[in-house]
Write a protein that binds this ligand. Structure first.
Ligand SMILES: [Zn+2]
Length: 239
């Protein structure tokens, strides 16, 4: 009797090892790779909470000029190629700011909420490695308000002349993180996304001017199942 139970226990143990192995093989197999297209609807209830920040923004302020980009239907502040002044660190790797651009309306959604704009701070690795997630984008929603109510740190944005944006506040803001894609062609799946649920108050006139020029330049929400999303912050901070 005892030996029968023992055989059964050993059998079950082996079966569990085998199934774990199978799952690992499925996840690592390129053939069954889950698409991680962006943008996504993000929700705090289905995200995995993280207690320690995995993002380190090393710079405080950016200065530069936004220009209208005909081909990409956006306003974009390009950072010169040899400028590696604006650095963020994630998972032991450095990413450097390459451009800031705007989408109207927003691309990501947090808890189903929509905003008329979303800013993307696009960073890239200095030496990209093939097959890696070589880009890192900070997504910040723009909430339209009267001029005097604009967030202090985003008050320096202008479509004409010099702009100044301060990112100090973002360093301690809650965020969602997932591995996704570019939201413009070629839609490459190589972006470490950090999306901040708390919007920045932007001058309404500024968003209106951008939208009248660029129209709707947002990609619609992508819905493939199986995406792993992390959330840093308290539940309340995502509302
Ligand atoms: Zn974008």
């Amino acid at each position: 009797m005892n030996s029968m139970i023992l055989t059964l226990v050993i059998g079950l143990m082996l079966a569990s090892v085998t199934s774990r192995k199978t799952i690992r093989n499925i996840l690592s197999s390129k053939k069954v790779k889950i698409p991680v297209q962006s943008p996504r609807g993000l929700n705090v209830d289905s995200a995995i909470p993280i207690s320690k920040s995995i993002l380190d923004i090393k710079y405080d302020e950016i200065e530069g000029e936004f220009e209208y980009e005909e081909g990409h239907h956006t306003y974009k502040m390009g950072i010169p190629k040899n400028n590696f002044k604006y650095e963020v660190v994630y998972a032991g790797n450095s990413y450097f700011l390459r451009n800031i651009h705007i989408h109207t309306p927003q691309e990501h959604q947090v808890n189903g909420k929509e905003y008329p704009s979303e800013f993307h701070f696009v960073h890239s690795r200095k030496n990209p490695t093939k097959g890696e997630f070589n880009n890192l984008v900070l997504g910040v929603f723009g909430n339209p308000v009267a001029d005097e109510k604009a967030s202090k740190d985003f008050k320096g944005i202008s479509w004409k002349g010099q702009s100044r944006i301060n990112l100090e506040d973002l360093k301690t803001s809650p965020y969602f993180h997932y591995k996704g894609s570019l939201t413009t062609p070629s839609y490459d799946e190589n972006v470490n996304w950090f999306v901040f649920p708390k919007p920045k108050n932007i001058k309404k006139s500024l968003i209106n001017v951008a939208h009248s020029k660029i129209g709707n330049n947002n990609r619609k929400l992508q819905t493939h199942k199986g995406l792993v999303v992390y959330f840093k912050g308290s539940r309340k901070s995502s509302e």
